[in-house]
Design a protein. Structure first.
Length: 243
């Protein structure tokens, strides 16, 4: 019996020894491979091939021309230009302002979804003139949701903080491209505070302030056709002049 147990012990010890030799051999080969750089080179090669693949470019939707700006808004694929929650914003309820030259039109309008909800829309169109007849194609649309006024009141300091944020946002290139004149620093917004009439950005007053009624409340659409400043909007000197 003892002899049998001894043989079994020697067999187990041999198996264990063989396992250890294989483990050391595998570790040695791995270190050698790393030292030669083959594993690293293969890994880098894979990364390079993947990074070199061409990423499909975003294809702008084909322009769809219509006889009127209102028709152009509804002739396009709504989901491309308007968010899922604002598909109704392609319908014009009230036009607030139109900027137009021979090439482009930017229309600011309000779209009412229901008596309590709607959207302020800034839409830019390309103009094509054929046989003295103008046609319009939608280029882009910026949608700003609006709700009917609530009972919550905010402080004047908070209102000014919101105004400063709106000015910074309206100066990002995508919104600035709403200008019909290339290169102009076109800044715009809409507020329900009459104090916007005393607004100064970099010492300049808005080019125009348009008062309109929304859900029974007065709103003020304002814009700078071309704000003159070399500063980024985050460094603008923004003031509300004293009465």
């Amino acid at each position: 019996m003892k002899k049998v147990l001894k043989c079994i012990g020697l067999f187990i010890l041999a198996i264990f020894g063989l396992f250890m030799v294989l483990a050391v051999l595998i570790a040695f080969l791995a270190l050698k491979s790393k030292g030669n750089g083959s594993t690293v080179d293969n890994y880098q090669h894979m990364i390079f091939e993947f990074g070199a693949r061409k990423i499909p470019a975003f294809e702008e939707p084909e322009l769809v021309y219509a006889d009127t700006k209102e028709e152009a808004l509804v002739s396009v694929n709504q989901k491309i230009y308007f968010a899922e929650d604002y598909l109704y914003a392609s319908k014009v309820s009230d036009i607030i302002k139109i900027f137009e030259n021979d090439e482009y039109v930017t229309m600011v309008y309000f779209s009412k979804r229901d008596p309590k909800e709607g959207a302020l829309v800034f839409a830019k169109f390309k103009i094509s003139t054929v046989e003295n007849k103008k046609q319009y194609a939608l280029l882009n649309a910026i949608v700003q949701g609006h709700g009917s006024p609530g009972e919550t009141k905010i402080t004047q300091d908070k209102e000014f903080s919101i105004l400063c944020q709106l000015i910074q946002v309206s100066d990002i290139p995508y919104l600035r491209d709403l200008s019909i004149v290339e290169g102009d620093r076109f800044i715009l917004g809409s507020l329900n505070g009459e104090y916007v009439k005393r607004l100064k950005i970099e010492g300049q007053s808005p080019t125009e302030i348009i008062e309109y009624t929304l859900y029974g409340e007065r709103e003020y659409f304002w814009y700078y056709k071309n704000l003159i400043s070399d500063k980024p909007s985050s460094e603008f000197d923004i003031k509300i002049e004293e009465r």
